[in-house]
Design a protein around this ligand. Structure first.
Ligand code: NA7
Length: 553
């Protein structure tokens, strides 16, 4: 493990050695900046190291869920499946770390417990859990949007005498559930992935569902030589199109515009037959694209209903027991306003004799007892093991827990008590020289995160190079700029159906978390253009100062 002198001063201190932190380090190094990465875990990989539950895979296609900054890397790494499983993503990240010799500047086992800005020194000091501290001119938070699990309350675990796990905090050694009675709490993406795998092992699996998922077949497949040859020929164009020509920065890579672009602006303009054919095309293709199959699905409730109807029919076709099928139908929120889940054998799992769906909407959870779960009706489900697939404190979770203090001791957690504000999702006022990769109100989870990470890293790096050229040492954003950005982001959200669902996108899943859309809904291409326009206008909304500038209080 890397040991560093605490007296060393870096141009940049980066927190997190996942996709964001690794590329940030590589980029800054290449530009001649000194940088160090501090990582809480005992290895690199970030979210893809920490998360390792059975069945875990990414819902973005592997060839796109990978860096594009180096064409040789793009060409030499061969993905084995359309949607990459967690071990392969982690292998890829380790390959990247080795290939670019990144490990020599990564300090592991260094969870950050505090970060403080010093106006006089124009520097950040970061304190790690092991008592060490690190200083640098810039602080780059590469802490991930899904890195802090939403752990169950003591009420849910306290009395239980069996083993229990959280999907986002899975043991390193595989867990064997063979012959055990297992309960899964939650039916979001993690649950949808883990349930079919647990069903294969458990003697009986009880799925405790509060809100049914909207799950679409992944249609995962192995990538063969033909596919790879196609990728080698087309990767530049595909990547460019995904950067600039799509809302989300991903899609079926081989889908051409005849299918990608909706034939009519509204689902309601299509005949029922046309709609069904289009939904069926996306359903067969697999992947989350179905939710943008017509441009108005996410803004018009009637249009959205047509997709919900299609999904309900599909569930009826797959799930044999009508009562179970009915309970599994997503209701109470427009489809796509909670993250659509990609499934492999999810609905089929409920046709197994050893799987029971417990509908908590009809019979809410009462308590976890010593040997299982009791519902309000008095039903008792005896369990040997419990799996909580209860999600994350997303986007802001890691940032507000880190005790970050900006100018005049301003605490980030206090500043964001009513919800996060951040100009372009990159910086927040009173926190000079602190950048957030995939920060709140940037497109993050509504895009292919790797494309968004590259865009953030490249944009920030350009800014730092400009500052170096201009001999400026401090950059910060104005309150006016961040408020205007927040207003703009909120206005866009107001035009959508997202506020109609209780979701982690809106912060609803964490008790006490303010309700605010955490992600920019304006789309990847438009966000890119806005960031570039800001830079072209001399970094409008940002204020710079040099070594001798006096900062007003
Ligand atoms: P999610 O999508 O936040 O799902 C969490 C699930 O856990 C969801 O079904 C919740 O139901 C359920 N939940 C949470 N707390 C409880 C309690 N106390 N009782 C019953 N059910 C509960 O997290 P995931 O990990 O599945 O996915 C997160 C993202 O990771 C995903 O969107 C992808 O981007 C990758 P609720 O909906 O709140 O009623």
């Amino acid at each position: 493990m890397l040991e560093r002198e605490e007296s060393e001063f870096y141009d940049a201190v980066i927190v997190g050695a996942g996709h964001s932190g690794l590329y940030m380090l590589h980029k800054l190094r290449g530009l001649g900046f000194s940088a160090i990465v501090l990582e809480a875990e005992d290895d690199i990989g970030g979210t893809w190291y920490r998360n390792r539950y059975p069945g875990l895979r990414c819902d973005v296609e592997s060839v796109l869920y990978s860096y594009s900054f180096d064409e040789d890397l793009d060409q030499e790494w061969e993905w084995s499946e359309r949607f990459p499983a967690q071990p392969e993503i982690l292998d890829y990240l380790n390959h990247v770390a080795d290939r670019f010799d990144l490990r020599r500047d990564i300090v592991l086992n260094s969870e950050i417990t505090g970060a403080t800005w010093d106006d006089d020194a124009r520097a950040w000091t970061l304190r790690a859990v092991n008592g060490k501290s690190y200083r640098g001119r810039f602080c780059l938070m590469a802490t991930g949007i899904l890195s802090v699990p939403s752990m169950p309350s003591d009420e849910l675990t306290g009395a239980f005498e069996g083993e229990w796990y959280h999907t986002a905090n899975w043991p390193k050694d595989p867990v064997d559930f063979t012959g055990k009675r297992v309960g899964v709490i939650g039916t979001g993406s993690s649950a949808v992935q883990v349930i079919p795998r647990l069903a294969e092992q458990a003697s009986h699996l009880y799925v405790f569902q509060r809100t049914p998922a909207f799950a679409i077949p992944a249609n995962n497949y192995r990538l063969d030589d033909d596919y790879r040859a196609w990728w080698r020929e087309n990767f530049r164009g595909v990547r460019e199109k995904n950067r600039w020509g799509t809302i989300v920065g991903f899609g079926d890579t081989r889908m051409d515009d005849r299918y990608r672009v909706a034939p009519v602006p509204s689902a309601l303009d299509a005949t029922p037959e046309e709609r069904r054919a289009r939904y069926q095309m996306f359903w067969d293709m697999g992947g989350g694209q179905i939710t943008i199959g017509y441009p108005d699905l996410i803004v018009n409730e009637d249009a959205n209903r047509t997709l919900a109807d299609f999904t309900e029919q599909k569930i009826d076709e797959i799930v044999s027991d009508p009562e179970t099928a009915d309970a599994l139908k997503p209701r109470g929120f427009p489809v796509g306003t909670k993250r659509p889940c990609l499934e492999i054998g999810y609905y089929e799992a409920f046709n197994r004799d050893n799987v029971t769906l417990v509908d908590l909407r009809r019979d809410p959870l009462a308590r976890t007892a010593e040997h299982g779960i009791e519902t309000r009706s008095g039903a008792c489900y005896a369990l040997d093991a419990l799996v909580f697939a209860t999600g994350y404190d997303a986007v802001t979770g890691a940032l507000v827990r880190m005790n970050i203090q900006g100018r005049r001791g301003t605490e980030l957690a206090a500043k964001w008590a009513a919800g996060p504000v951040a100009y372009l999702g990159l910086m927040t006022a009173d926190f000079p020289n602190l950048f957030m990769l995939l920060g709140p109100t940037s497109p993050s989870a509504f895009t292919n995160c790797i494309s968004s990470i590259e865009q953030h890293v490249d944009w920030i790096a350009d800014l730092l190079v400009t500052m170096r050229g201009d001999k400026q040492e401090v950059v910060e954003v104005t309150s006016d700029a961040e408020e205007a950005w927040s207003r703009h982001a909120a206005e866009l959200v107001g035009q959508t159906l997202f506020p109609k669902a209780n979701s982690w996108y809106m912060g609803d899943n964490i008790p006490g978390k303010p309700r605010r859309m955490l992600i920019y809904v304006g789309g990847m291409a438009s966000y890119r253009e806005k960031c570039n326009a800001v830079a072209a206008a001399g970094y409008e909304g940002f204020v710079f100062s040099g070594p001798t500038a006096v900062v007003s209080s």
